[in-house]
Design a protein around this ligand. Structure first.
Ligand code: BGC
Length: 767
């Protein structure tokens, strides 16, 4: 489906007109979140048509028993799943005996707007019910950034043509099932339902993991803007509590219901205090009131946009798209809690199960590092540091020893949650991304103490894994890594995937280099780490030898590293030669055909070239890009951004722009006809990279911050800001040149197109 109903706008996502077929797609697109929780844009009132009800709480998961066709030793027994949480947004409306249900009544003037500048979702429409009564509804909703356990709804309903009784039924429903459940089980146990006048709480706990959550609601009313008090009847069932309020309205009256709701949960409160904490928080926000809470919300988003915004002039769709990507990333993760992470679907759906993939390390860290305080990226690194023991256990289950760690392909709590052998056991390149992220962080922030304090233990454990995973090949007289899946998941069980081998070699070298540094400069940490890990000289010698003698398949004919051994045995069919009717190949071809084909799902060799671009000459980058991109189908959302960045590097600006459009409007235009399942949150960081590193040419190898701005002909100008070691630098590029503005008190030295430029404090340098 092409979502051409999304109206281009600089700061908002807007939909006008109600089309039932678009409901689930819009529920994803208009999702809201505040880093701690999030929800699909479900309607407040009941909707009997096709809908995907989804509310999610950061960090709360359920270990669903693995379901596979054929069990393989080493599979995790459970798959920790993002858990659909109780619904607190529900407000049913009954007008003279008929329930308001957009699936059953006539809807006109329908408009939804997700205001990204302010973090607010609004929906308005006129409905004519089956009994001819007409109402106008205006619903405003947001999840507070200031009080991240609550959200607020203001639901106005105006009688257009009748006088009579309206019944409002706000409720909390703790009986929501996961869309994604292996055995259709309900993952919650309801412990307690408590109510007072106009407020109610349901305490529930997750089975097995025993997360306790209190879901609360607190309600107040107004008639034509004057507060009123109504009596209610309580309707309670096993998993749900609802209040029924009745009121008489005259034609033209507007009745308003304000509903505060949200979750307090046991990761942040003692279990026995959950309901009382819920009460306190809801009372606090009710005292502030809806309007002031909304003002705070606007202020808080303003702070985020101050550094995170990217302005594109001359292309409104591109402008809308980049803001959508930045907005959704901030709705998903704000970086205050190192127990949370960024799921590929964030809080917008359940596909991909767990929350954390290598996407975080490979794609998201640079975004958070540049647009927020450095502690945000540090928290993402600490998440993995805190899960090191589980990564070691995970490797042990597969037969590795001596403290070798294999980080999971996907996880919630550190345990592996993936169960396809070709990925769980073979897509081991993810381990290298953990170390690359450490390198990236230290290099960018200059926080040199991270490695002695935390990073080195992870680096040693991962290097141990590579050492044990590599085999010495007598015929090649080289070390080889056999039976892997590279980032290109359209091939499995290959030998010597260039990207994997390159990362493995680099990890061991980088660990050795840093061990020497620690020995010199952080002796206490060095001694502590050696003592803790029992690292010995023999291991270090082995790492050195393996790194030196790592095998990389190469083609003299094409002057490129081969994706893996035997890559050129394939029939070299370019993507442009494939009939349109056969695309996307993952929906049209048998898996067997995909595996044998030369077509590549996402950047693989090019992912390596992107990470280590400073080690390749420009001609080499060009040769590799020209060779691999034409075989690539970009059927992972993570693919176009890397290609966009490299295309800009080799000055193929049109290609860079084409790839940029694919990543930026992937969800807004629903390129892959799957947006109803949720948004592609992690690839949104890739979109940001495509502008900052792609068009802006920002690089940070060896601690030097450099730029090489270019601009697509379709745009008039663009600008972005980055935080770099305490300095905020604004980069503006138009067809007339580039401007660099230092918005802080300390001067900054940068390289622009290879030349040194000093930008003094509060100064703008135009080039
Ligand atoms: C990609 C992986 C990625 C995962 C989650 C897959 O389709 O191939 O690289 O980690 O999606 O985004």
């Amino acid at each position: 489906m092409n979502l051409d109903y999304i109206i281009p706008n600089e700061w908002s996502i807007i939909q006008e007109g109600f089309v039932k077929e678009n409901v689930t797609a819009s529920e994803s697109i208009f999702s809201i979140g505040n880093g701690a929780m999030g929800q699909r844009a479900n309607f407040e009132e009941n909707y009997s048509g096709d809908t995907f009800q989804g509310s999610y709480i950061g960090g709360i998961y359920y270990p669903d028993k693995t379901r596979v066709g054929w069990w393989k030793n080493g599979y995790p027994e459970y798959f920790a799943k993002v858990l659909n949480a109780p619904n607190w947004i529900g407000i049913n409306v009954n007008i003279k005996g008929i329930f308001l249900d957009l699936n059953k009544c006539k809807v006109s003037n329908y408009k939804r707007e997700l205001n990204m500048k302010e973090g607010v979702l609004t929906r308005s429409f006129t409905a004519e019910l089956q009994n001819g009564n007409q109402v106008k509804v205006n619903a405003v909703r947001f999840l507070s950034l200031d009080f991240d356990e609550i959200g607020a709804i203001k639901y106005d309903i105006t009688s257009i043509n009748f006088t009579g009784e309206i019944e409002f039924i706000p409720y909390v429903d703790a009986g929501i099932m996961n869309e994604d459940a292996n055995y259709d089980e309900f993952f919650w146990e309801i412990l307690q339902i408590e109510e007072e006048k106009n407020e109610a709480y349901i305490l529930s706990k997750t089975l097995k993991t025993e997360f306790h959550v209190s879901t609360g609601m607190k309600i107040s009313f107004a008639l034509n803007d004057d507060k009123i008090i109504l009596d209610s009847e309580v309707e309670k069932s096993e998993k749900k509590i609802a209040f029924k309020y009745k009121t008489e309205v005259k034609q033209g009256d507007t009745f308003t219901i304000i509903k505060y709701g949200g979750y307090t949960q046991s990761m942040n409160h003692a279990k026995e205090d959950l309901i009382s904490s819920s009460k306190k928080t809801l009372q606090k926000v009710a005292n502030i009131g809806f309007d002031d809470l909304l003002l705070k919300q606007k202020e808080s988003w303003k702070k985020i946009w101050k550094t995170a915004d990217i302005v594109i002039e001359g292309d409104i769709k591109a402008q809308q798209a980049i803001r959508f990507n930045i907005f959704q990333l901030n709705q998903t993760y704000l970086g205050e809690d190192s127990r949370l992470n960024i799921g590929p679907k964030g809080f917008t759906g359940e596909k991909y199960g767990g929350s954390t993939y290598w996407d975080t390390e490979a794609y998201c860290i640079p975004f958070y590092m540049s647009t927020k305080d450095k502690n945000v990226a540090k928290n993402l690194l600490l998440y993995r540091y805190n899960q090191l023991d589980k990564a070691i256990e995970n490797a042990e289950k597969l037969g590795f020893k001596n403290g070798a760690a294999l980080y999971p392909m996907v996880t919630m709590n550190g345990e592996e949650c993936h169960n396809e052998w070709e990925i769980t056991f073979e897509e081991i390149h993810r381990n290298g991304a953990m170390i690359y992220a450490i390198y990236n962080y230290v290099n960018y922030t200059g926080d040199n103490s991270y490695i002695p304090e935390f990073g080195m233990e992870v680096m040693i454990a991962v290097s141990r894994f590579w050492q044990q995973r590599a085999t010495y090949s007598e015929p090649k007289e080289k070390y080889v890594i056999l039976g892997v899946t590279g980032p290109n998941e359209y091939e499995n069980n290959v030998n010597n995937n260039f990207y994997t081998n390159y990362l493995a070699k680099w990890c061991m070298e980088y660990t050795l280099e840093n061990l020497n540094l620690l020995k010199e400069k952080y002796k206490d940490d060095f001694d502590r780490i050696i003592d803790k890990t029992k690292l010995n000289q023999l291991e270090l010698d082995q790492w050195k030898t393996i790194a030196e003698k790592m095998h990389f398949p190469y083609s003299e004919k094409y002057n490129v590293y081969l994706q893996q051994d035997g890559f050129l045995d394939k029939e070299l069919i370019l993507v442009k030669e494939l009939p349109k009717s056969e695309r996307p190949i993952n929906q049209k071809w048998s898996w067997d055909r995909i595996l044998r084909s030369v077509n590549i799902k996402q950047a693989d060799v090019l992912q390596g070239i992107y990470f280590f671009e400073n080690r390749f000459k420009i001609d080499e980058i060009t040769d590799h890009f020209n060779f691999y991109e034409p075989f690539t189908v970009h059927e992972s959302s993570l693919s176009p951004c890397v290609h966009s960045i490299l295309a800009a590097k080799i000055e193929k600006i049109d290609k860079a722009y084409e790839m940029y459009l694919r990543t930026a409007r992937l969800d807004l235009d629903d390129y892959n006809s799957e947006v109803h399942e949720g948004l592609h949150i992690t690839s949104m960081a890739g979109t940001w990279l495509s502008i900052v590193q792609g068009f802006g040419g920002m690089r940070n190898f060896d601690g030097v911050l450099s730029f090489a701005p270019q601009i697509p002909k379709e745009w008039k100008s663009y600008s972005f800001k980055i935080n770099f070691r305490g300095t905020t630098l604004k980069v503006h590029k138009s067809h007339d040149g580039s401007k660099f503005t230092n918005e802080s008190e300390t001067p900054i030295e940068i390289m622009v197109h290879g030349k040194k430029v000093v930008v003094s404090s509060n100064e703008c340098v135009a080039l």
